[in-house]
Design a protein around this ligand. Sequence first.
Ligand code: ZN
Ligand code: ZN
Length: 305
Amino acid sequence: MSAGLFPSPFPGGADLTFGGGNGLLRSPANEPRKVNAMGNAYEIYALRYATMAPRTPSMNFLAPDPHDATAQDLDYFVWLIRGGGRNILVDTGFNAEEAALRARKLTLNPVDALEAFGVKADAIQDVVVTHLHYDHAGNLDRFPHARFHLQEREMSYATGRCMCNGMLRHPFSVEHVTLMVRHVYGERVTFHSGDGEIAPGVTVHRVGGHSDGLQVVRVDTARGPVVLASDASHYYANLHKRSPFPIVYNVGDMAQGWEIVERLAGHPDRFIPGHDPIVAEIYPRASDKVDAFALHEQPSRSFAK
Ligand SMILES: [Zn+2]
Ligand SMILES: [Zn+2]
């Protein structure tokens, strides 16, 4: 079981407990802690690099509402966290080769999206890989100076017995997983077990469910902690309706994951789903060159009841 404990209800957050030395990447003595009255105020940008349309409810919900026939697009994002001199990338998207294999439409490679946004791939020091599915863990050869943060259980899952099953294996690319194995051998991977810290105010938390080692990322911002839920909830509706996305390893863990995401965020407007086009509608556009949206800003629409 995970070594970390779940955080207590917010506000606060100082009571996160980390498991036995997991994930402490650098000695705090070497890194000045940027602390102000608001805590660590990072900026977060969602960079959209692909879209898939249209998708019927049965593609998005394990048990779709029979009265709902509304088609929804699925957007693909990577997320850039900036602050305190750091550029932390969350997920690495897929490339043109993988898009062709899966008949997906790639708007542009996430590495090019990053560059258009003003951040070169070689300036990325840390990459959090939420899980190893093809749309989150491609381009692993494009970040020469990055350290990769992965849950221990995700590496085990993606290289273990479950990959003998076609349905469970389908969202993975053996090329991506192989590259991650190479990074392990190159001592470029920090494994986390449960909860872990990437930088002061940026923490990862295993939720599992969708993939056994899926982790979400909690980031301190000026509007409070924002949780990048990745595929813990593809759409707002998966979490709001407590309705699983059909790609799932463990439904029980997925259901617990929604509770964890809500608790970590502390407010419904501070949870960011992994693939929902609504994100691009309600967060301010942050670039005229690329589809980038500022998640540290308030959304134009609130989900608070
Ligand atoms: Zn996934
Ligand atoms: Zn995904």
